[in-house]
Design a protein around this ligand. Structure first.
Ligand code: ADP
Ligand code: MG
Ligand code: ZN
Length: 363
């Protein structure tokens, strides 16, 4: 396989991220009063609602709605006053209800963006801006003294709930392959979870890594999650496709699931870009599929071919009324916004006479 720098001279990588964060700073689950606690004894934080017992009715957690609105305001999203919950149906033992409660086409937060400052060696991965001078623009990018700023669109942030945790016994390294039986812990089932989806605006593995880092900084600043990649309270799926430089048509993408560190996200995407280039250059075809990045073997393998939205039979949740958020509620949340990382950097630059680069790295 060719090196990433070489591949990116001929091909443009198109990357979009789906980033999940558990709202770990809340006291209780999304639709019931069960306590949120990582590492408790299995199945000690469960009740009829999060176990999906017949007749149990959900009651939404107001603090979770405040948290997602806060996340939307901190990432320049429009807050949708009218939205609702849906059922995403699937049959797997990690969710006793046999569906996940999630949002449909309209989420609480829509059409946001973050601006990424890329500098140093990280800026070199982006081939299309070589030769441009500070202030000049290209696509969603403005060249700066130390690198460039990329404007990255956020499609939406929606509210959903986490599933329980499966533990597979008797197989290799806890995997389901070769296991004799599986155990399930429903403590995590019903944990408030927000999913942010980006537009396919990222172009290099470095940009993907920086986006995730910046989002983590913001979520930590607004205090909605502990964003622990090790404990899985922040996780990321990376979607990537290639197209010939100059082409504007999107290629077929693959999706790397559950990247649990910044390095894995970067290295997995870098590998996948090189793999796709090799397949395409040999006249082959990319299939829309979910792949797993193995950091030890340093390659990606197929997990499953993509299920389509139709398979989930998404339909409006009849047990939860649609939302009608008031201006008062939204402004009340806005009043809780702390100083955000970009604002802090601007203040440091101003107060201490630092360069934008130094101020950002200090933050
Ligand atoms: P899916 O239906 O497969 O989940 P979505 O349209 O929901 O796809 O997009 C999921 C993520 O993939 C988003 O972040 C989006 O920006 C990104 N994406 C969509 N199409 C492409 C593509 N052709 N190449 C790279 N990323 C893509
Ligand atoms: Mg999707
Ligand atoms: Zn419960």
């Amino acid at each position: 396989m060719r090196k990433l720098e070489e591949v990116l001279k001929d091909w443009e990588a198109v990357i979009g991220l789906e980033i999940h964060a558990e709202l770990t700073t809340l006291n209780t689950k999304m639709f019931c009063g069960c306590k949120l606690e990582f590492g408790a004894d299995p199945n000690t934080h469960t009740c009829p609602v999060c176990l999906g017992l017949p007749g149990a009715l959900p009651v939404p957690n107001k603090a979770a709605i405040e948290s997602i609105v806060l996340a939307g305001l901190a990432t320049n999203c429009d807050i949708e006053k009218h939205s609702m919950f849906y059922r995403k149906n699937y049959m797997y033992p990690d969710m006793a209800k046999n569906f996940q409660t999630t949002q449909g086409p309209v989420a609480f937060c829509m059409r946001g963006h973050l601006d990424l400052d890329v500098d140093g060696p990280a800026a070199k991965e982006r081939g299309d801006i070589a030769g441009l001078k500070p202030g000049e623009t290209c696509e969603n990018v403005t060249v700066t003294d130390s690198g460039y700023t990329a404007h990255v669109g956020i499609t939406r942030i929606h509210m959903e709930e986490d599933a329980g945790k499966m533990i597979h016994i008797g197989g290799d390294e806890g995997r389901i392959a070769g296991a004799t039986h599986s155990l399930v812990d429903y403590n995590r089932a019903g944990t408030p979870l927000i999913e942010l989806v980006t537009e396919p605006d990222l172009r290099t593995p470095e940009e993907a890594r920086l986006f995730m880092q910046k989002l983590r900084q913001i979520y930590l600043a607004i205090g909605i999650s502990d964003c622990s990649m090790e404990e899985g309270s922040m996780r990321c799926d990376g979607n990537v496709s290639l197209r010939r430089r100059g082409s504007t048509k999107l290629g077929v993408k693959t999706e790397l699931k559950n990247m649990n560190s910044f390095k894995n996200l970067h290295d997995g995407l870098a590998y996948e870009i090189c793999r796709q280039a090799e397949v395409l250059e040999e006249g082959g075809q990319i299939y829309q599929e979910t792949r797993h990045w193995d950091p030890t073997m340093k390659h990606t393998i197929v997990m499953r071919v993509k299920e389509t939205a139709d398979d989930y039979r998404l339909f409006p949740e009849p047990d939860l009324a649609p939302y009608d958020l008031s201006d008062e509620f939204i402004e009340g949340v806005r009043a809780k916004l702390p100083e955000l990382p970009d604002q802090k950097a601007a203040r440091f630059a101003e107060e201490f006479g630092l360069s934008a680069y130094d101020a950002r790295h200090l933050v």
